[in-house]
Design a protein around this ligand. Structure first.
Ligand SMILES: Cc1ncc(COP(=O)(O)O)c(C=O)c1O
Length: 391
């Protein structure tokens, strides 16, 4: 066998792949592991979406290749969604590009823009695909610290000039995974002005925009006048409509950036199964806000249950206004010990903060995407383990 490509050396194994291995080892010993480590919606999509998929799958005309830009109906539905949700106008044929989940789009955008010697500005902490995409492209990462005292918003004014001269992409993600922080529109104004000044592509990753609590509404940088010339935003139905396994999303914004991304994608993939486009079009056009609000009320109850129990679990965390996550700090032991003991002794798997960047070493990400009864049991287990723990 030949040796693998050098780029593999720079790429760590995906963290959830590694966590999955420890969990499987416990499961093979007959142990029931509660997974609060992963953000995987536990509830199904609305039945009408599934019926649309089933009906479309029975149509013999919908089994061929779907084309590299997806269907015009889906692109138009995404544009209507942006108009309704943010008041943002998008040209469906040039400013909307379907993605096979936003993850591939994030990595492929990096391949479209970054070369050896280039830099991506990546939040530390953040979703791993921003840095991994840069590494895959042979480029480097400049970490932007995300500090609780600044609301987990990066300081864009203290980036060294030699970094700015090599940087091409600024990654932002609000509502944020893993910290659950949100950004006001005024922060996007600053970020758009910053990218305009330094000739950067602003890449906003926004899959949690509709997982919100306490009446919060998440904005988009595309609401800032002029942003569309150099901004793209990734949207996804994975979390908003409980469709994570369907791999349905889109990137919207700068037609120039979308064209370059399409140049990569059209050489790599051949689009979705057409019935998925039909169902996703229906989801964006017809699933009422009331369904989203009802689903969010379930997440909000879990969030409240978790927040109330945190002190008895030896953890502290800011109150999330959005996302599936709570970003917790252990009060009296290193995060790595907490994670290991929670798994070995309480059989609850939690997300290691270090997986989201060097700044996450002292943190633990707790997901609320487990059915109510199991979620409550998992919280009880952590409380019982922590209160009775030995040295
Ligand atoms: C911040 C962030 N971006 C992107 C993704 C990828 O989502 P998708 O299912 O659309 O690929 C996730 C998934 O968890 C995420 O948390």
């Amino acid at each position: 066998m030949p040796l693998p490509a050098a780029r593999i050396e720079r790429l760590p194994r995906y963290v959830f792949d590694i966590i999955g291995e420890s969990i499987r080892a416990l499961q093979q010993r007959g142990i029931d592991v509660y997974r609060l480590d992963i953000g995987n919606p536990d509830m199904p999509p609305p039945p009408a979406i599934i019926e649309t998929l089933a009906e479309a799958a029975r149509n013999p005309r919908l089994h061929g290749y779907s084309g590299y830009r997806g269907t015009p109906e889906y692109r138009r539905a995404v544009a209507r969604y942006y108009q309704r949700r943010y008041g943002v106008d998008l040209q469906p044929d040039t400013e909307v590009l379907p993605l096979i989940g936003s993850k591939e789009g994030i990595v492929n955008l990096s391949l479209a823009y970054l070369d050896h010697g280039d830099l991506a500005l990546v939040p530390d902490v953040g979703y791993p695909s921003y840095s991994m995409g840069a590494y895959l492209a042979g480029a480097e990462v400049h970490w932007l610290p995300m500090r609780p005292e600044s609301g987990f918003l990066p300081d864009l004014h203290n980036i060294p000039p030699d970094v700015l001269s090599r940087a091409k992409i600024l990654w932002l993600n609000y509502p944020n995974n893993p910290t659950s922080a949100v950004a006001p529109l005024s922060f996007y104004e600053q970020a758009v002005a910053f990218c305009a000044r330094y000739g950067l592509l602003l890449a906003s990753d926004n899959p949690y925009n509709d997982i919100v609590f306490d009446g919060y509404t998440a904005p988009s940088p595309l609401q800032i006048p002029g942003a569309k010339d150099f901004t793209v935003e990734f949207m996804s139905l994975s979390k908003s409509h409980n469709m994570a396994g369907w791999r349905m999303g889109a990137v919207v914004g700068s037609s120039v950036a979308l064209g370059r991304l399409l140049q990569i994608k059209s050489n790599v993939d051949s689009g979705h199964f057409l019935p998925i486009y039909e169902a996703a079009t229906m989801a964006l056009d017809e699933i009422p806000d009331a369904w989203i609000a009802e689903r969010n009320a379930i997440y909000q109850r879990r969030r409240d249950l978790l927040l109330a129990a945190l002190p008895q679990m030896g953890l502290a965390a800011p109150r999330p206004l959005a996302t599936l996550y709570t970003w917790a700090t252990p009060l009296d032991m290193p995060a790595a010990d907490y994670l290991r003991r929670a798994l070995d002794e309480a059989h609850v798997s939690l997300g290691p903060g270090a997986a989201y960047g060097p700044g996450g070493e002292n943190n633990i990400r707790i997901s609320i995407s487990l059915p109510d009864a199991r979620f409550e049991e998992a919280v009880d287990r952590l409380v019982t383990w922590y209160t009775r723990r030995g040295a």
